[in-house]
Design a protein around this ligand. Structure first.
Ligand code: B12
Ligand code: SF4
Ligand code: SF4
Length: 334
């Protein structure tokens, strides 16, 4: 019996190290289009103007230059065994997805043999890969491809592997059979909404990015920040850390086998001196990591903001506050 092309793709992707593989039709449903439009209309994307600008492609994939029929969705776990302890013991926290090397490059490199093979087998067809790089709703296609369900924390969750995985999509005009969706397993749980410190998860399955610590520490460029964001100086994992499906993934040891996702040596080295990092050390720290997205100035802004919040909180809980000290600290952190 000959093997289906879908099974061949799954087998090759798995042999390349991908943890999740599925197929979806390259079109959004009416309600998904409406959700994305509403999100932008309400301004929930904040200053991510690139998101708004790319809507014509995001909502209509043929604007990419060819008419895709299918989406191959690939998932790669980045959860590492030491991740939880490392983050919990860090005074200034970097989210797990940024502890290793830049995932954009890792996923692109890993998928290269798959793309090469597809192009040689189907020379008449188009194949275009994106890892965040294409204006394509990766989670929505991931959901349709049966990789997981979009949870109340708005992340894609796999029942067997949790949500600490990256997504990549390959758009193609090859007709592939859809994998079929899986059921939503959030049930009555609301842990992520209860744990989110800023109210960014303002309702089940809904996020206001402007309040999300991940957005504030990475995407927001302005000097003034208004939302307190606890200990996080790059990204935020709170709504993933409290998710029972990630607790299960840790218990079942669904850890990443990818060498590049292990904690970078400079992050280990500078863990306890992030408050005083020089520009040269910052460049070493962020080199080849996803943190290249922010500047030294932004990094310092984040550190100062977190420190300021911490001091303010400590003072709020200390009855014998020296008013003058409080003022001088606030001034120095402006
Ligand atoms: C913009 C963006 C962000 C924004 C917005 C987050 C978000 N939840 O959409 C910010 C900067 C906040 C962000 C943060 C993070 N991100 Co991000 N991000 C993206 C990006 C580029 C686009 C996502 C998008 O289109 N969002 C807009 C919403 C409307 O679209 P959607 O979530 O697909 O929408 C569905 C539902 O969530 C729901 N919905 C959600 N909010 C609302 C609000 C309203 C009003 C309505 C009506 C509906 C609605 O409607 C849609 C379904 O019909 C994708 C990559 C990509 N190209 O897709 C990565 C991506 C989603 N991010 C990723 C990651 C890892 C993160 C962080 C975990 C990083 C971190 N540790 O700090 C956090 C998680 C925060 C969180 N709770 O979601 C991964 C997620 C992997 C996974 N397993 O789900 C992706 C897929 C990148 C990748 N290639 O791996 N991210
Ligand atoms: S990443 Fe942090 S701030 Fe953003 S929604 Fe999750 S818990 Fe809230
Ligand atoms: S914490 Fe609970 S409600 Fe939130 S995504 Fe996980 S299972 Fe769903």
């Amino acid at each position: 019996m000959t093997m289906r092309i879908e099974d061949k793709i799954i087998s090759l992707a798995q042999s390349l190290g991908f943890d999740l593989v599925g197929f979806a039709k390259a079109e959004l449903l009416h309600n998904e289009i409406q959700d994305i439009k509403t999100w932008v209309e309400k301004g929930f994307h904040g200053n991510m103007t690139w998101f708004e600008k790319s809507l014509p492609i995001r909502l209509k994939l043929e604007n990419l230059g060819f008419q895709p029929k299918s989406v191959i969705v690939l998932g790669l776990i980045y959860l590492i065994e030491e991740g939880k302890d490392f983050i919990e013991s860090s005074e200034l926290k970097i989210s797990q997805y940024a502890l290793g090397k830049d995932y954009h490059k890792v996923l692109k490199n890993k998928a290269k043999p798959l793309l090469k093979w597809l192009c040689s087998l189907f020379p008449q067809n188009h194949f275009r890969q994106g890892v965040d790089s294409l204006p394509v709703s990766e989670k929505i296609y991931g959901k349709r491809a049966g990789i997981g369900w979009i949870g109340k924390n708005t992340n894609l969750i796999s029942p067997k592997k949790g949500s600490y995985f990256f997504l990549s999509v390959i758009l193609t005009d090859l007709e592939l059979q859809e994998s079929g969706e899986i059921a939503d397993r959030c049930g009555t749980c609301k842990k992520c909404l209860e744990a989110c410190p800023t109210g960014a998860l303002f309702d089940e399955y809904k996020i206001d990015a402007r309040k999300c610590i991940s957005y504030l520490t990475i995407e927001e460029r302005s000097e003034k920040l208004e939302v307190p964001f606890q200990d996080w100086i790059y990204g935020c994992d709170i709504c993933q850390m409290v998710c029972p499906w990630n607790e299960k993934a840790i218990k079942w040891k669904r850890f990443s086998l990818v060498e590049e996702f292990q904690i970078k040596s400079q992050i280990l080295e500078f863990k306890n001196k992030l408050h005083t990092l020089s520009e040269k050390e910052w460049i070493e720290l962020q080199n080849q990591s996803a943190m290249e997205r922010i500047s030294y100035k932004q990094f310092i802004r984040n550190v100062k903001w977190v420190t300021k919040i911490k001091i303010t909180n400590q003072q709020a809980h200390t009855p014998l506050v020296n008013h003058n000290d409080k003022e001088s600290v606030s001034e120095s952190l402006q």
